[in-house]
Unconditional design. Structure first.
Length: 378
């Protein structure tokens, strides 16, 4: 089914703040929110105002920026949290409570009946105080919860007629894509409400699960920049862009894709991280071609070995040539770039020279250029 009717809830300032090396100052939060807004995310989720006095002040500061993105905060299912959240002036409140046996026993200690009653009380309270606020209710640890418990809670909440959307959360990264799609599809069919997916990446399925949720009819997906968050984090913003782009570029055309490298670099710098070499889109090797047979085809038509166009993200491809796997087409392309007119026989000979030298130690680009210029008499 088409996946172009969705919105991103960017949670770097909530889920991302739970990452091991993430401690954002107010100034940094304002910078992050501003850049995410420029990127085009529809919603920005922030840490609960109950977390600390500074957390509450930071929400107010971001709200005061009057961004295009709607500002949300994520709270526990209780009136005190809701009142604090409402007082900050946020555009939306995301309410969550655990429904798995593990969380019911070791977190809040409530039964399903008590959860239903509490949800009704808190949601009614919020809606009475703020009739127009965006309101979401989510179960935590959805995919380790009993399906009968989930449906009991979701249907009771839906019947209240108070929420804008329901949330499903793969809190420990245990779900498989088919489970996610089936759950979302069932909720959409039974409640006719918008559905949000929040997926952790503990077992490497966060991106696949997010797309499965969209296939099932989800309308919102939670992301963070570089996927940072509790433990191994959640669906990465760039990874989701890459996956949807490969399905249909129109799915991501509403976002400012060339800004993504800057967004990733900003969060990496703040958190003291190196962007992984194989990171989606912005990794150092994402658009480097090396093997001779690959380089020949890419030089003729980049689409032969690239499903993502680097220029759509403000990046450029690179064809590595100073190594034993190089091909003469890559060497010829480099000669042309340098404005050198060398015949094919000379180029093939230089290629063999590069291979022999690279068997001992790879050559850098300057060294390859020197060989080419020497052959051209320069």
């Amino acid at each position: 089914m088409p996946l172009n009717n969705y919105a991103i809830i960017e949670s770097t300032l909530r889920e991302g703040e739970q990452f091991s090396t993430a401690t954002f100052s107010t100034a940094q939060k304002l910078e992050i929110a501003g850049m995410l807004d420029q990127f085009g995310v529809e919603m920005i989720e922030m840490t609960s105002p109950c977390a600390s006095p500074q957390s509450e002040a930071d929400i107010r500061a971001v709200v005061a920026q009057n961004l295009n993105a709607r500002i949300l905060t994520h709270i526990r299912c209780n009136r005190d949290d809701a009142l604090r959240a409402l007082d900050t002036g946020v555009h939306g409140i995301d309410i969550v409570i655990g429904t798995s046996p593990q969380l019911m026993e070791h977190s809040h200690g409530k039964s399903i009946r008590q959860i239903v009653d509490l949800a009704a009380d808190v949601l009614s309270f919020v809606r009475e105080q703020a009739p127009d606020i965006i309101l979401r209710f989510s179960t935590e640890d959805t995919f380790r919860s009993r399906e009968s418990d989930l449906l009991r809670v979701y249907l009771a909440v839906a019947d209240l007629g108070l929420v804008n959307r329901l949330g499903v959360a793969d809190t420990v990264g245990v779900a498989m894509p088919q489970q996610v799609e089936a759950m979302v599809r069932q909720l959409v069919r039974l409640t006719r409400l918008d559905v949000e997916f929040h997926g952790h990446n503990d077992s490497g399925c966060a991106i696949a699960n997010a797309c499965a949720a969209l296939e099932g009819g989800a309308t919102h997906v939670d992301t963070t920049v570089l996927g940072i968050g509790e433990r191994n984090g959640i669906t990465p913003l760039g990874g989701l862009m890459a996956r949807l782009y490969t399905l249909d570029r129109s799915y991501v055309e509403k976002y400012n894709l060339p800004l993504l490298p800057q967004v990733d670099a900003m969060i990496a710098n703040i958190c003291g991280l190196s962007i992984p070499f194989n990171n989606y889109i912005t990794g150092a090797s994402a658009f480097i071609h090396k093997a001779g047979i690959h380089a020949k085809a890419v030089l003729a038509d980049p689409g032969t070995y690239e499903i993502l166009r680097p220029e759509d993200f403000g990046l450029v491809r690179e064809v590595a040539i100073g190594h034993r796997l190089t091909g003469w087409n890559a060497v010829r392309q480099r000669a042309q770039t340098l404005g050198l007119n060398l015949d094919d026989a000379t180029l093939r000979a230089i290629t063999q020279d590069v291979k022999r030298r690279a068997d001992v130690q790879p050559l850098n680009l300057t060294e390859v250029d020197q060989l080419l210029m020497a052959a051209a008499g320069q």
